[in-house]
Design a protein around this ligand. Structure first.
Ligand SMILES: Nc1ncnc2c1ncn2[C@@H]1O[C@H](COP(=O)(O)OP(=O)(O)OP(=O)(O)O)[C@@H](O)[C@H]1O
Ligand SMILES: [Mg+2]
Length: 262
């Protein structure tokens, strides 16, 4: 085993049941997954199958009912902004902070001085297409812009692990493709481990080293597709067209099941 193959994340038999006033939801079944350092691991599965719940566990925000979540061999007991940055499905910006100040937030938590915070955040705004919007407040930004600020906030703290929950879901197709290329470039330069949730087959196949398909709720792992392919990927190549068909047939079955049971 090389250093690059070292296991960074281990999810061991986790389950999650939400109990609310209106009833009980079994969100996750028995999920186990090991992710070596440096992977771009995408999780794909029907709406409501527990993807955000699983990411919440890795972020230390949701406690599992059973099983364990380990990062570098240590059980996750709460958020750890030194090791894990998260882009949430909902951008969750601070409305009283400008775009630039939102991007700086994690660096403040890490204790970075003002000069460094400004420099890092300002540099990130360029490729995010927000250079002219540094001083705007979230209410003055479009949905896609807010999401890009949230991506900047997560990247600014430069952690080993980056959790991304449908980070490009609110973006138009062209911006989404450009953001994908940009993220890929960052990932390849930094050797971060990315856990990425998407509903886009194209995105999963264009970006990932591994795609994990989840079943309908309660979410379990249905299959794992390894993609030992280079970048940029020729999406129309016979190999990728075949992989896409295979992935779609698995997801289609689960999505139909999820819709008929909802
Ligand atoms: N805090 C919560 N309280 C109660 N139920 C919850 C909570 N969070 C999630 N759930 C339920 O757990 C299930 C899984 O939700 P989750 O958000 O993890 O799914 P998801 O796979 O991320 O879906 P989507 O693709 O729509 O984002 C859903 O049925 C949801 O209603
Ligand atoms: Mg979700």
């Amino acid at each position: 085993m090389t250093v690059a193959d070292a296991e960074l994340i281990r999810i061991d038999g986790v389950a999650k049941r939400y109990r609310t006033a209106s009833g009980v939801v079994d969100a996750l079944g028995d999920v186990s997954l090991a992710v070596p350092e440096g992977q771009f691991c995408t999780i794909i599965g029907p709406s409501g199958c527990g993807k955000s719940t699983l990411l919440g566990m890795l972020a230390g925000l949701v406690g599992p009912d059973g099983g364990r979540v380990l990062i570098e061999g240590q059980p996750v007991t709460g958020p750890d902004p030194r090791r894990v940055a998260t882009v949430f499905q909902d951008p969750g910006l601070f409305p009283w902070r400008t775009a630039l100040e939102n991007v700086e937030f994690g660096l403040e938590l890490q204790g970075a001085d003002r000069g460094r915070r400004r420099a890092v955040a300002t540099e990130l705004l360029g490729p995010l297409g927000l250079r002219g919007f540094a001083e705007k407040y979230p209410r003055e930004l479009s949905g896609g812009m807010k999401q890009r600020v949230a991506i900047g906030r997560a990247l600014a703290i430069d952690t080993k692990i980056l959790l991304m929950d449908e980070p490009f879901g609110a973006l138009d197709e062209q911006t989404r493709m450009l953001m994908g290329e940009w993220l890929l470039d960052i990932w390849r330069r930094t050797n971060k481990t990315v856990i990425f949730v998407t509903h886009s087959l194209h995105e999963a196949l264009a970006l990932s080293t591994r795609v994990v398909v989840m079943t309908a709720r309660p979410g379990r792992i249905k299959s794992v597709l390894e993609l030992p392919l280079g970048y940029p990927r020729a999406m129309e190549s016979p190999e990728l067209v075949t992989l896409r068909a295979k992935l779609w047939s698995e997801i289609r079955d689960e999505s139909l099941r999820a819709m008929s049971e909802s």
